[in-house]
Design a protein around this ligand. Structure first.
Ligand code: NAD
Length: 480
Protein backbone atom coordinates (compact mmCIF):
# COMPACT_ATOMS: atom_id res chain seq x y z
CA UNK A 1 0.00 0.00 0.00
CA UNK A 2 1.27 3.44 -0.90
CA UNK A 3 2.33 5.55 2.08
CA UNK A 4 2.56 9.26 1.39
CA UNK A 5 4.76 11.78 3.18
CA UNK A 6 4.67 15.32 4.45
CA UNK A 7 6.65 17.93 2.52
CA UNK A 8 8.67 20.00 4.96
CA UNK A 9 11.78 22.08 4.30
CA UNK A 10 11.99 20.67 0.77
CA UNK A 11 12.06 17.04 1.99
CA UNK A 12 9.45 14.31 1.92
CA UNK A 13 9.27 13.21 5.54
CA UNK A 14 7.18 10.88 7.73
CA UNK A 15 5.04 12.33 10.54
CA UNK A 16 6.83 12.79 13.88
CA UNK A 17 4.34 10.47 15.59
CA UNK A 18 4.90 7.70 13.03
CA UNK A 19 1.11 7.31 12.84
CA UNK A 20 -0.93 7.06 9.63
CA UNK A 21 -4.57 7.32 8.63
CA UNK A 22 -6.28 5.00 6.16
CA UNK A 23 -7.24 6.60 2.88
CA UNK A 24 -10.37 5.06 1.39
CA UNK A 25 -11.21 4.94 -2.31
CA UNK A 26 -14.85 6.15 -2.44
CA UNK A 27 -15.71 4.03 -5.48
CA UNK A 28 -14.67 0.77 -3.81
CA UNK A 29 -14.92 1.50 -0.10
CA UNK A 30 -11.43 0.03 0.25
CA UNK A 31 -8.36 1.54 1.82
CA UNK A 32 -5.68 2.20 -0.80
CA UNK A 33 -3.10 4.49 0.77
CA UNK A 34 -1.82 5.72 4.10
CA UNK A 35 -1.78 9.37 5.03
CA UNK A 36 0.42 10.91 7.75
CA UNK A 37 -1.63 11.48 10.90
CA UNK A 38 0.41 14.56 11.66
CA UNK A 39 0.03 16.80 14.68
CA UNK A 40 1.35 20.02 16.17
CA UNK A 41 4.95 18.72 16.14
CA UNK A 42 4.85 18.45 12.33
CA UNK A 43 3.14 21.83 12.04
CA UNK A 44 5.88 23.36 14.24
CA UNK A 45 8.54 21.96 11.94
CA UNK A 46 6.74 23.13 8.83
CA UNK A 47 6.23 26.63 10.21
CA UNK A 48 9.90 26.82 11.22
CA UNK A 49 10.96 25.77 7.70
CA UNK A 50 8.60 28.33 6.16
CA UNK A 51 9.88 31.06 8.46
CA UNK A 52 13.46 30.27 7.53
CA UNK A 53 12.63 30.37 3.82
CA UNK A 54 10.68 33.63 4.00
CA UNK A 55 13.50 36.21 3.64
CA UNK A 56 14.96 34.50 0.56
CA UNK A 57 11.61 33.97 -1.15
CA UNK A 58 10.06 37.35 -0.34
CA UNK A 59 13.17 39.23 -1.45
CA UNK A 60 13.80 37.20 -4.60
CA UNK A 61 13.33 39.13 -7.85
CA UNK A 62 9.72 38.97 -8.94
CA UNK A 63 10.69 37.34 -12.20
CA UNK A 64 12.35 34.43 -10.32
CA UNK A 65 9.25 33.75 -8.24
CA UNK A 66 7.10 34.02 -11.29
CA UNK A 67 9.29 31.61 -13.28
CA UNK A 68 9.17 28.97 -10.52
CA UNK A 69 5.38 29.10 -10.42
CA UNK A 70 5.19 28.84 -14.19
CA UNK A 71 7.44 25.79 -14.06
CA UNK A 72 5.08 24.16 -11.54
CA UNK A 73 2.14 24.90 -13.87
CA UNK A 74 4.02 23.30 -16.77
CA UNK A 75 4.78 20.19 -14.75
CA UNK A 76 1.15 19.84 -13.66
CA UNK A 77 0.17 20.02 -17.31
CA UNK A 78 2.80 17.50 -18.31
CA UNK A 79 1.59 15.04 -15.65
CA UNK A 80 -2.10 15.80 -16.15
CA UNK A 81 -3.15 12.23 -16.99
CA UNK A 82 -1.56 10.72 -13.90
CA UNK A 83 -2.84 13.51 -11.67
CA UNK A 84 -6.36 13.19 -13.05
CA UNK A 85 -6.36 9.49 -12.38
CA UNK A 86 -5.10 10.04 -8.83
CA UNK A 87 -7.80 12.66 -8.24
CA UNK A 88 -10.52 10.40 -9.58
CA UNK A 89 -9.47 7.46 -7.39
CA UNK A 90 -9.05 9.65 -4.30
CA UNK A 91 -12.26 11.70 -4.60
CA UNK A 92 -14.61 9.30 -6.44
CA UNK A 93 -15.20 11.82 -9.23
CA UNK A 94 -15.42 10.79 -12.89
CA UNK A 95 -12.00 10.58 -14.48
CA UNK A 96 -13.27 12.82 -17.28
CA UNK A 97 -14.18 15.57 -14.77
CA UNK A 98 -10.74 15.41 -13.19
CA UNK A 99 -9.08 15.47 -16.61
CA UNK A 100 -11.22 18.28 -18.04
CA UNK A 101 -11.78 20.46 -14.99
CA UNK A 102 -9.75 19.77 -11.84
CA UNK A 103 -6.25 19.31 -13.19
CA UNK A 104 -6.30 21.93 -15.98
CA UNK A 105 -7.59 24.41 -13.43
CA UNK A 106 -4.80 23.53 -10.97
CA UNK A 107 -2.24 24.28 -13.69
CA UNK A 108 -4.15 27.45 -14.62
CA UNK A 109 -4.04 28.64 -11.00
CA UNK A 110 -0.22 28.59 -11.00
CA UNK A 111 -0.04 29.96 -14.52
CA UNK A 112 -2.45 32.78 -13.72
CA UNK A 113 -0.80 33.95 -10.50
CA UNK A 114 2.71 33.69 -11.95
CA UNK A 115 1.53 36.30 -14.42
CA UNK A 116 -0.85 38.30 -12.16
CA UNK A 117 1.91 39.12 -9.69
CA UNK A 118 3.80 40.86 -12.46
CA UNK A 119 0.79 43.10 -13.10
CA UNK A 120 -0.08 43.72 -9.47
CA UNK A 121 0.38 47.40 -8.72
CA UNK A 122 0.76 49.73 -5.80
CA UNK A 123 -0.84 53.14 -5.52
CA UNK A 124 0.43 56.63 -4.89
CA UNK A 125 -1.48 59.71 -3.77
CA UNK A 126 0.06 63.14 -4.20
CA UNK A 127 -0.94 65.84 -1.71
CA UNK A 128 -0.41 68.68 -4.14
CA UNK A 129 3.15 69.96 -3.80
CA UNK A 130 3.22 69.18 -0.08
CA UNK A 131 3.80 65.44 0.08
CA UNK A 132 3.48 62.13 -1.68
CA UNK A 133 1.99 58.94 -0.29
CA UNK A 134 2.88 55.63 -1.80
CA UNK A 135 1.45 52.33 -0.72
CA UNK A 136 3.59 49.22 -0.64
CA UNK A 137 2.04 45.78 -0.67
CA UNK A 138 4.29 43.61 1.48
CA UNK A 139 4.00 39.85 1.93
CA UNK A 140 2.68 38.71 5.29
CA UNK A 141 5.26 36.06 6.20
CA UNK A 142 4.18 32.48 6.85
CA UNK A 143 0.58 31.84 5.86
CA UNK A 144 -1.66 28.79 6.32
CA UNK A 145 -3.87 27.36 3.57
CA UNK A 146 -6.55 24.77 4.40
CA UNK A 147 -8.64 23.14 1.69
CA UNK A 148 -11.55 20.66 1.35
CA UNK A 149 -12.00 17.36 -0.50
CA UNK A 150 -14.45 18.18 -3.27
CA UNK A 151 -12.04 19.82 -5.74
CA UNK A 152 -8.80 18.74 -4.12
CA UNK A 153 -5.91 20.06 -6.23
CA UNK A 154 -8.03 22.77 -7.83
CA UNK A 155 -8.84 24.47 -4.49
CA UNK A 156 -5.50 23.69 -2.86
CA UNK A 157 -3.60 25.48 -5.64
CA UNK A 158 -6.19 28.30 -5.75
CA UNK A 159 -4.79 29.33 -2.35
CA UNK A 160 -1.18 28.22 -2.53
CA UNK A 161 -0.41 29.88 -5.89
CA UNK A 162 -1.42 33.47 -4.95
CA UNK A 163 0.13 33.11 -1.48
CA UNK A 164 3.47 32.13 -3.02
CA UNK A 165 3.22 34.65 -5.86
CA UNK A 166 2.78 37.45 -3.34
CA UNK A 167 6.05 36.46 -1.65
CA UNK A 168 4.77 34.53 1.35
CA UNK A 169 5.93 31.14 2.42
CA UNK A 170 3.21 28.61 3.04
CA UNK A 171 2.18 25.75 5.26
CA UNK A 172 -0.73 24.03 3.57
CA UNK A 173 -3.09 21.29 4.64
CA UNK A 174 -5.18 19.40 2.11
CA UNK A 175 -8.21 17.44 3.23
CA UNK A 176 -7.27 14.17 4.93
CA UNK A 177 -9.90 12.53 2.68
CA UNK A 178 -8.13 13.54 -0.56
CA UNK A 179 -4.41 14.00 0.07
CA UNK A 180 -2.98 12.31 -3.02
CA UNK A 181 -2.65 15.12 -5.55
CA UNK A 182 -1.28 17.51 -2.92
CA UNK A 183 1.37 14.86 -2.25
CA UNK A 184 2.17 14.66 -5.98
CA UNK A 185 2.34 18.45 -6.01
CA UNK A 186 5.09 18.25 -3.39
CA UNK A 187 7.06 16.02 -5.76
CA UNK A 188 6.42 18.49 -8.57
CA UNK A 189 7.67 21.39 -6.43
CA UNK A 190 10.91 19.50 -5.79
CA UNK A 191 11.27 18.84 -9.50
CA UNK A 192 10.53 22.50 -10.28
CA UNK A 193 13.33 23.58 -7.94
CA UNK A 194 11.12 25.47 -5.52
CA UNK A 195 13.51 26.47 -2.71
CA UNK A 196 13.18 24.35 0.46
CA UNK A 197 10.61 25.59 2.96
CA UNK A 198 8.80 27.92 0.54
CA UNK A 199 5.85 25.52 0.38
CA UNK A 200 5.29 22.94 3.10
CA UNK A 201 2.46 20.42 3.04
CA UNK A 202 1.35 18.76 6.26
CA UNK A 203 -1.17 15.95 5.98
CA UNK A 204 -3.64 14.93 8.66
CA UNK A 205 -6.91 15.80 10.32
CA UNK A 206 -8.50 19.17 10.81
CA UNK A 207 -8.63 18.66 14.56
CA UNK A 208 -4.85 18.18 14.81
CA UNK A 209 -3.09 19.75 11.82
CA UNK A 210 -5.71 22.36 10.89
CA UNK A 211 -6.25 23.49 14.45
CA UNK A 212 -2.47 23.73 15.20
CA UNK A 213 -1.96 25.75 12.05
CA UNK A 214 -4.71 28.21 12.97
CA UNK A 215 -3.37 28.50 16.52
CA UNK A 216 0.30 28.83 15.57
CA UNK A 217 1.77 32.16 16.70
CA UNK A 218 4.04 32.41 13.65
CA UNK A 219 1.28 31.93 11.08
CA UNK A 220 0.08 35.38 10.02
CA UNK A 221 -2.99 34.52 7.98
CA UNK A 222 -5.32 31.63 7.26
CA UNK A 223 -7.01 31.05 3.96
CA UNK A 224 -9.68 28.41 4.43
CA UNK A 225 -12.22 26.71 2.20
CA UNK A 226 -14.65 24.25 3.74
CA UNK A 227 -17.84 23.99 5.73
CA UNK A 228 -19.52 26.93 7.49
CA UNK A 229 -19.28 25.29 10.92
CA UNK A 230 -15.56 24.68 10.53
CA UNK A 231 -15.18 28.27 9.32
CA UNK A 232 -16.86 29.51 12.50
CA UNK A 233 -14.51 27.44 14.61
CA UNK A 234 -11.48 28.79 12.75
CA UNK A 235 -12.72 32.36 13.12
CA UNK A 236 -13.15 31.83 16.85
CA UNK A 237 -9.58 30.60 17.20
CA UNK A 238 -7.96 33.12 14.88
CA UNK A 239 -9.82 36.31 15.85
CA UNK A 240 -8.22 36.86 19.29
CA UNK A 241 -4.82 36.33 17.64
CA UNK A 242 -5.66 39.04 15.05
CA UNK A 243 -4.82 36.84 12.08
CA UNK A 244 -5.96 37.80 8.64
CA UNK A 245 -8.74 35.42 7.59
CA UNK A 246 -10.25 34.44 4.29
CA UNK A 247 -13.16 32.01 4.60
CA UNK A 248 -14.86 30.33 1.63
CA UNK A 249 -17.77 28.36 3.06
CA UNK A 250 -20.94 26.52 2.15
CA UNK A 251 -23.80 27.43 -0.17
CA UNK A 252 -27.44 26.66 -0.94
CA UNK A 253 -27.57 28.27 -4.31
CA UNK A 254 -30.72 29.25 -6.19
CA UNK A 255 -31.05 28.40 -9.87
CA UNK A 256 -33.80 30.71 -11.18
CA UNK A 257 -35.43 29.86 -14.48
CA UNK A 258 -37.86 32.20 -16.22
CA UNK A 259 -40.31 31.19 -18.93
CA UNK A 260 -38.48 33.27 -21.53
CA UNK A 261 -35.15 31.50 -21.07
CA UNK A 262 -33.20 29.76 -23.79
CA UNK A 263 -34.81 26.45 -22.83
CA UNK A 264 -32.18 24.11 -24.22
CA UNK A 265 -29.27 25.92 -22.60
CA UNK A 266 -31.11 26.31 -19.31
CA UNK A 267 -32.06 22.65 -19.05
CA UNK A 268 -28.73 21.22 -20.17
CA UNK A 269 -26.78 23.51 -17.85
CA UNK A 270 -29.17 22.73 -15.01
CA UNK A 271 -28.36 19.03 -15.34
CA UNK A 272 -24.72 20.02 -14.95
CA UNK A 273 -25.19 22.55 -12.14
CA UNK A 274 -27.22 19.95 -10.25
CA UNK A 275 -25.11 16.81 -10.69
CA UNK A 276 -21.62 17.67 -11.90
CA UNK A 277 -19.09 16.25 -9.41
CA UNK A 278 -21.98 14.34 -7.75
CA UNK A 279 -23.39 17.70 -6.63
CA UNK A 280 -20.37 18.03 -4.34
CA UNK A 281 -19.65 21.59 -5.41
CA UNK A 282 -20.19 24.63 -3.23
CA UNK A 283 -21.61 26.35 -6.35
CA UNK A 284 -24.18 23.67 -7.25
CA UNK A 285 -27.61 25.09 -8.04
CA UNK A 286 -29.36 22.96 -5.46
CA UNK A 287 -32.65 24.92 -5.29
CA UNK A 288 -34.28 25.18 -8.72
CA UNK A 289 -37.08 27.74 -9.13
CA UNK A 290 -38.96 27.51 -12.41
CA UNK A 291 -41.53 30.07 -13.57
CA UNK A 292 -44.96 28.49 -13.59
CA UNK A 293 -45.77 28.65 -17.35
CA UNK A 294 -42.86 26.31 -18.18
CA UNK A 295 -42.68 24.45 -14.89
CA UNK A 296 -44.04 21.14 -16.13
CA UNK A 297 -42.23 21.15 -19.45
CA UNK A 298 -38.96 22.03 -17.77
CA UNK A 299 -39.46 19.45 -15.03
CA UNK A 300 -40.22 16.65 -17.51
CA UNK A 301 -37.20 17.45 -19.66
CA UNK A 302 -34.92 17.72 -16.62
CA UNK A 303 -36.22 14.38 -15.34
CA UNK A 304 -35.65 12.66 -18.64
CA UNK A 305 -32.07 13.90 -18.90
CA UNK A 306 -31.32 13.16 -15.26
CA UNK A 307 -32.54 9.57 -15.66
CA UNK A 308 -30.10 9.20 -18.54
CA UNK A 309 -27.07 10.04 -16.33
CA UNK A 310 -24.85 7.05 -15.77
CA UNK A 311 -23.83 6.30 -12.19
CA UNK A 312 -20.74 4.18 -12.71
CA UNK A 313 -17.14 3.38 -11.85
CA UNK A 314 -15.45 6.82 -11.97
CA UNK A 315 -12.52 5.32 -13.87
CA UNK A 316 -14.73 3.95 -16.62
CA UNK A 317 -15.27 5.98 -19.76
CA UNK A 318 -19.03 6.08 -19.33
CA UNK A 319 -19.44 7.62 -15.92
CA UNK A 320 -21.45 10.83 -15.44
CA UNK A 321 -21.91 10.56 -11.69
CA UNK A 322 -19.23 8.98 -9.52
CA UNK A 323 -19.05 8.06 -5.84
CA UNK A 324 -19.65 10.32 -2.86
CA UNK A 325 -16.57 11.06 -0.84
CA UNK A 326 -17.18 8.78 2.15
CA UNK A 327 -19.57 6.42 3.86
CA UNK A 328 -20.43 9.14 6.39
CA UNK A 329 -21.25 11.55 3.64
CA UNK A 330 -23.33 8.92 1.82
CA UNK A 331 -25.43 8.50 4.98
CA UNK A 332 -25.75 12.24 5.40
CA UNK A 333 -27.04 12.64 1.83
CA UNK A 334 -29.47 9.71 2.19
CA UNK A 335 -30.72 11.16 5.48
CA UNK A 336 -31.65 14.38 3.67
CA UNK A 337 -33.58 12.36 1.09
CA UNK A 338 -35.51 10.73 3.98
CA UNK A 339 -36.04 14.10 5.58
CA UNK A 340 -37.41 15.49 2.32
CA UNK A 341 -40.15 12.85 2.41
CA UNK A 342 -40.94 13.60 6.04
CA UNK A 343 -41.20 17.26 5.09
CA UNK A 344 -43.78 16.44 2.41
CA UNK A 345 -41.56 16.21 -0.68
CA UNK A 346 -42.03 13.74 -3.52
CA UNK A 347 -39.01 12.07 -5.05
CA UNK A 348 -39.43 12.49 -8.80
CA UNK A 349 -36.35 10.52 -9.69
CA UNK A 350 -33.49 8.90 -7.79
CA UNK A 351 -33.57 8.80 -4.03
CA UNK A 352 -31.64 5.61 -3.45
CA UNK A 353 -28.16 4.30 -2.92
CA UNK A 354 -26.77 2.61 -6.04
CA UNK A 355 -25.15 -0.82 -5.73
CA UNK A 356 -22.78 -1.44 -8.61
CA UNK A 357 -21.29 -4.78 -9.46
CA UNK A 358 -17.67 -5.88 -9.47
CA UNK A 359 -14.89 -3.54 -8.39
CA UNK A 360 -17.32 -0.88 -7.12
CA UNK A 361 -19.79 -3.11 -5.25
CA UNK A 362 -18.98 -1.42 -1.93
CA UNK A 363 -18.71 2.14 -3.27
CA UNK A 364 -20.63 5.15 -2.00
CA UNK A 365 -22.98 5.85 -4.92
CA UNK A 366 -26.31 7.67 -4.84
CA UNK A 367 -28.78 8.18 -7.68
CA UNK A 368 -29.13 11.73 -8.96
CA UNK A 369 -32.23 12.86 -7.12
CA UNK A 370 -34.89 15.48 -7.86
CA UNK A 371 -37.47 16.39 -5.23
CA UNK A 372 -40.67 18.33 -5.71
CA UNK A 373 -43.34 19.68 -3.38
CA UNK A 374 -41.22 21.20 -0.62
CA UNK A 375 -41.63 24.69 0.80
CA UNK A 376 -38.68 27.09 0.48
CA UNK A 377 -38.29 27.30 4.24
CA UNK A 378 -38.08 23.57 5.05
CA UNK A 379 -34.75 22.13 6.24
CA UNK A 380 -34.00 20.40 2.93
CA UNK A 381 -34.24 23.80 1.24
CA UNK A 382 -32.26 25.58 3.93
CA UNK A 383 -29.35 23.26 4.70
CA UNK A 384 -26.44 22.36 2.46
CA UNK A 385 -26.70 18.71 1.36
CA UNK A 386 -23.59 18.70 -0.85
CA UNK A 387 -24.66 15.71 -2.89
CA UNK A 388 -26.63 14.81 -6.06
CA UNK A 389 -29.91 16.09 -4.64
CA UNK A 390 -31.85 19.11 -5.90
CA UNK A 391 -35.30 20.49 -5.25
CA UNK A 392 -37.72 21.90 -7.82
CA UNK A 393 -40.21 24.65 -7.02
CA UNK A 394 -42.57 26.68 -9.20
CA UNK A 395 -42.50 30.46 -8.89
CA UNK A 396 -45.02 33.08 -9.94
CA UNK A 397 -43.54 36.52 -9.34
CA UNK A 398 -40.13 38.09 -9.57
CA UNK A 399 -40.37 39.52 -6.03
CA UNK A 400 -41.35 36.14 -4.67
CA UNK A 401 -38.45 34.31 -6.28
CA UNK A 402 -36.00 36.94 -5.02
CA UNK A 403 -37.36 36.45 -1.52
CA UNK A 404 -36.88 32.68 -1.84
CA UNK A 405 -33.43 33.09 -3.34
CA UNK A 406 -32.35 35.31 -0.45
CA UNK A 407 -34.16 33.27 2.18
CA UNK A 408 -31.31 31.13 3.50
CA UNK A 409 -28.32 31.86 5.71
CA UNK A 410 -26.06 31.34 2.68
CA UNK A 411 -25.10 33.75 -0.09
CA UNK A 412 -22.51 32.11 -2.30
CA UNK A 413 -23.83 31.98 -5.86
CA UNK A 414 -27.01 32.26 -7.93
CA UNK A 415 -27.87 31.46 -11.54
CA UNK A 416 -30.50 33.35 -13.53
CA UNK A 417 -32.00 32.14 -16.83
CA UNK A 418 -33.92 34.65 -18.95
CA UNK A 419 -33.56 36.32 -22.33
CA UNK A 420 -34.84 39.53 -20.72
CA UNK A 421 -31.49 40.97 -19.72
CA UNK A 422 -32.98 43.98 -17.97
CA UNK A 423 -34.71 41.59 -15.63
CA UNK A 424 -31.50 39.59 -15.18
CA UNK A 425 -29.56 42.69 -14.15
CA UNK A 426 -32.37 43.74 -11.79
CA UNK A 427 -32.25 40.33 -10.09
CA UNK A 428 -28.47 40.28 -10.02
CA UNK A 429 -28.63 43.55 -8.14
CA UNK A 430 -31.15 42.29 -5.58
CA UNK A 431 -29.84 38.80 -4.88
CA UNK A 432 -27.51 38.58 -1.91
CA UNK A 433 -24.77 36.36 -3.34
CA UNK A 434 -21.12 36.99 -4.09
CA UNK A 435 -21.23 35.27 -7.49
CA UNK A 436 -24.08 35.63 -10.00
CA UNK A 437 -24.25 33.78 -13.30
CA UNK A 438 -26.64 34.97 -16.00
CA UNK A 439 -27.43 32.34 -18.65
CA UNK A 440 -24.38 30.26 -17.71
CA UNK A 441 -22.90 28.39 -14.77
CA UNK A 442 -19.37 27.79 -13.50
CA UNK A 443 -17.88 30.02 -16.15
CA UNK A 444 -14.82 31.31 -14.35
CA UNK A 445 -12.48 34.16 -15.15
CA UNK A 446 -9.64 33.97 -12.65
CA UNK A 447 -9.34 37.77 -12.53
CA UNK A 448 -12.77 38.19 -10.94
CA UNK A 449 -13.51 38.32 -7.20
CA UNK A 450 -14.79 35.02 -5.90
CA UNK A 451 -16.53 34.43 -2.57
CA UNK A 452 -19.73 34.45 -0.60
CA UNK A 453 -21.93 36.78 1.40
CA UNK A 454 -23.65 36.07 4.71
CA UNK A 455 -22.61 32.66 6.11
CA UNK A 456 -20.97 31.63 2.84
CA UNK A 457 -17.80 33.40 3.74
CA UNK A 458 -15.62 36.33 4.56
CA UNK A 459 -13.35 37.99 2.01
CA UNK A 460 -12.79 37.30 -1.66
CA UNK A 461 -10.37 35.13 -3.58
CA UNK A 462 -9.35 35.53 -7.22
CA UNK A 463 -7.24 37.99 -9.16
CA UNK A 464 -5.90 40.99 -7.30
CA UNK A 465 -8.31 40.29 -4.42
CA UNK A 466 -6.23 37.25 -3.55
CA UNK A 467 -2.97 39.15 -3.92
CA UNK A 468 -4.37 41.86 -1.65
CA UNK A 469 -5.35 39.27 0.92
CA UNK A 470 -1.89 37.75 0.91
CA UNK A 471 -0.17 41.14 1.34
CA UNK A 472 -0.33 43.93 3.88
CA UNK A 473 -0.75 47.51 2.68
CA UNK A 474 1.94 49.81 4.05
CA UNK A 475 1.58 53.52 3.36
CA UNK A 476 4.64 55.74 3.20
CA UNK A 477 4.13 59.50 3.39
CA UNK A 478 6.99 61.64 2.08
CA UNK A 479 6.96 65.34 2.95
CA UNK A 480 8.60 67.50 0.30
P1 NAD B 1 -14.60 20.76 6.26
O1 NAD B 1 -14.92 22.09 6.85
O2 NAD B 1 -14.99 19.55 7.01
O3 NAD B 1 -13.02 20.62 6.03
C1 NAD B 1 -12.29 21.51 5.24
C2 NAD B 1 -10.84 21.48 5.67
O4 NAD B 1 -10.74 22.00 6.99
C3 NAD B 1 -10.23 20.07 5.73
O5 NAD B 1 -8.90 20.12 5.30
C4 NAD B 1 -10.32 19.75 7.22
O6 NAD B 1 -9.37 18.79 7.63
C5 NAD B 1 -10.03 21.10 7.83
N1 NAD B 1 -10.50 21.28 9.21
C6 NAD B 1 -11.50 20.62 9.85
N2 NAD B 1 -11.61 21.08 11.13
C7 NAD B 1 -10.68 22.06 11.27
C8 NAD B 1 -10.30 22.92 12.35
N3 NAD B 1 -10.90 22.87 13.54
N4 NAD B 1 -9.31 23.80 12.13
C9 NAD B 1 -8.70 23.89 10.95
N5 NAD B 1 -8.99 23.09 9.89
C10 NAD B 1 -9.98 22.19 10.05
O7 NAD B 1 -15.20 20.78 4.80
P2 NAD B 1 -15.22 19.61 3.76
O8 NAD B 1 -16.25 18.62 4.21
O9 NAD B 1 -13.83 19.15 3.48
O10 NAD B 1 -15.73 20.38 2.44
C11 NAD B 1 -17.06 20.57 2.14
C12 NAD B 1 -17.48 21.99 2.49
O11 NAD B 1 -16.65 22.92 1.82
C13 NAD B 1 -18.88 22.30 2.00
O12 NAD B 1 -19.58 22.99 3.02
C14 NAD B 1 -18.65 23.21 0.81
O13 NAD B 1 -19.71 24.09 0.51
C15 NAD B 1 -17.43 23.93 1.21
N6 NAD B 1 -16.75 24.48 0.03
C16 NAD B 1 -16.78 25.83 -0.17
C17 NAD B 1 -16.17 26.37 -1.30
C18 NAD B 1 -16.18 27.85 -1.57
O14 NAD B 1 -15.41 28.28 -2.41
N7 NAD B 1 -16.99 28.63 -0.89
C19 NAD B 1 -15.53 25.52 -2.20
C20 NAD B 1 -15.54 24.15 -1.96
C21 NAD B 1 -16.14 23.64 -0.83
Amino acid sequence: MQRIANYIGGELVPPVSGRYLENIEPATGRSFSEVPDSDSADVDRAVAAAKKAFPGWSEAPLEDRSKRLRRIADLIEAKADALARAESVDAGKPLSAARQVDIPRAAANFQFFSSAIQHFFSESHAMGSQALNYTLRVPLGVVGCISPWNLPLYLFTWKVAPALAAGNTVVAKPSELTPMTAFYLSEICREAGLPPGVLNIVHGTGAKVGQSLVEHPNVEAISFTGGTQTGARIAQTAAPKFKKLSLELGGKNPNIIFADCDFERAVSTTVRSSFFNQGEICLSGSRIFVERPIYETFRDELLQRTRALRVADPLSGDCDVGALISENHLHKVLSYIDLAQTEGGQILTGGKQVRLEGRCENGFFVEPTIIEGLTPDCRVNQEEIFGPVVTLMPSDHEDEVIEYANGTMYGLSATIWSENLTRCHRLANRIHCGVIWINCWLLRDLRTPFGGMKQSGVGREGGFEALKFFTEAKNVCVYF
